[in-house]
Design a protein around this ligand. Structure first.
Ligand SMILES: C[S@@+](CC[C@H](N)C(=O)[O-])C[C@H]1O[C@@H](n2cnc3c(N)ncnc32)[C@H](O)[C@@H]1O
Length: 353
């Protein structure tokens, strides 16, 4: 856990921006106990994708007081209740801070037709539609958790992105995919469907965090709860459900995009997203605080279904893990960050690279 994020394998890129280093605030003293004990080792016939709303879909599944989507049989592991959705919205704000208030990285010119795959609460799609009133924006998701009110140029559809897409060939100028770790079993297939639905010269952007915490200054010892959470929970569970939590590791996403037909230049940007108030610079401190707020809000939702249903841990074991994770988030001595990667690339016929 104390390792820095491994540098991605080199790829031919039109433009690559490495992650900025983040300096530690020496004055930072958390309000939590100094004797934080979280450093102690921790033991161990294809249907199509869209559907109109039916009451059974709105009957969510319940698990330990949380609700989950009921649109497909897939055990999508994040809850879709308000408590969890707040975590997604906090994340959205954090991404805006990270990216100087920009909603995307691709060099779009006058986008008219945009798809947000796995839109969640729809907050990105709504913001995009507001910013580009002449664009038609569609946000799709397994869960109908988007606002009833949205700008007139923004609409939401229930859709399983892993099934055959119902969108037309060459329909979109921009396909946006953000924060879909652990959601997709076949990334090349997903990218292929995006490729088919993009206009010649349209752009795809995939913005993704890697579920492995990292640290550059050795401040986090080995075998903390972070290691357990990453390896014994997220990665182990993702192997069981067949949906990776590290789709960007070793540039797997680049290979998958190439396989899908995206042969154009790559525009990439790496980030280190701090967790907590430890950075000295105001911008990074704020990002770290939002990241912590989002993770604390979402923590139970990230772990509950994967822990109890996929990995077979008891509810009590998971509650202990949640408590230790919260302690770890609040540990002022640990300078932890999550690697975050953004890649945008045009359809093969783009002229912008
Ligand atoms: C972590 S949230 C991210 C939401 C949004 N992209 C964002 O960045 O705020 C992942 C979303 O993907 C949706 N999702 C997961 N698997 C999906 C699938 N196969 N098809 C469509 N949506 C899916 C979930 O319901 C959830 O809302």
């Amino acid at each position: 856990m104390s390792n820095p994020a491994p540098a991605p394998a080199p790829v031919a890129e039109a433009e690559h921006q490495p992650a900025e280093a983040i300096a530690v605030d020496p004055a930072f003293i958390a309000s939590t106990r100094e004797d934080n004990d979280s450093s102690s080792a921790y033991s161990e016939a294809a249907p199509t994708s869209t559907a109109s709303l039916s009451s059974s879909i709105l009957h969510f599944r319940e698990l330990h007081g949380r609700t989950y989507q009921n649109f497909t049989d897939s055990e999508y592991w994040q809850p879709n209740d308000e408590r969890h959705n707040d975590s997604l919205d906090l994340n959205h704000h954090m991404f805006l801070l990270l990216n100087n208030n920009k909603l995307f990285h691709a060099p779009l010119e006058n986008p008219q037709s945009v798809l947000d795959v796995g839109t969640g609460t729809g907050i990105w799609a709504v913001d995009f539609a507001d910013q580009f009133p002449s664009a038609r924006v569609i946000g799709t998701d397994l869960s109908p958790i988007q606002p009833e009110w949205a700008p007139p140029n923004c609409k939401f559809e229930l859709d399983d992105a892993e099934l055959e897409w119902t969108f037309r060939d060459n329909e979109f100028d921009f396909v946006f995919i953000r924060y879909m770790v652990g959601s997709i079993g076949d990334w090349p297939r997903l990218y292929k469907q995006a490729y088919r639905c993009l206009k010649p010269g349209g752009w795809i952007e995939h913005s993704e965090f890697r579920a492995e915490t990292a640290c550059d200054d050795g401040s986090v010892p080995e075998n903390t709860i972070y290691d357990w959470w990453t390896k014994k929970l997220l990665i182990a569970a993702s192997e069981r459900i067949g949906k990776t939590f590290t789709p960007t590791k070793d540039n797997k996403h680049v290979a998958a995009l190439r396989e899908a037909g995206f042969t154009g230049a790559l525009h990439t940007k790496d980030y280190k997203v701090p967790l907590g108030s430890w950075p000295v610079e105001r911008k990074w401190k704020e990002i770290g605080e939002f990241n912590q707020a989002s993770l604390e809000q979402g923590l139970e939702g990230f772990g509950l279904l994967l822990g109890t249903q996929v990995m077979g841990f008891s509810l009590e074991e998971m509650q202990v893990a949640f408590a230790k994770m919260r302690q770890a988030f609040r540990n002022p001595k640990w300078h932890v960050y999550y690697p975050w990667y953004v890649l945008s690339t045009p359809d093969a016929l783009a002229t912008l690279d």
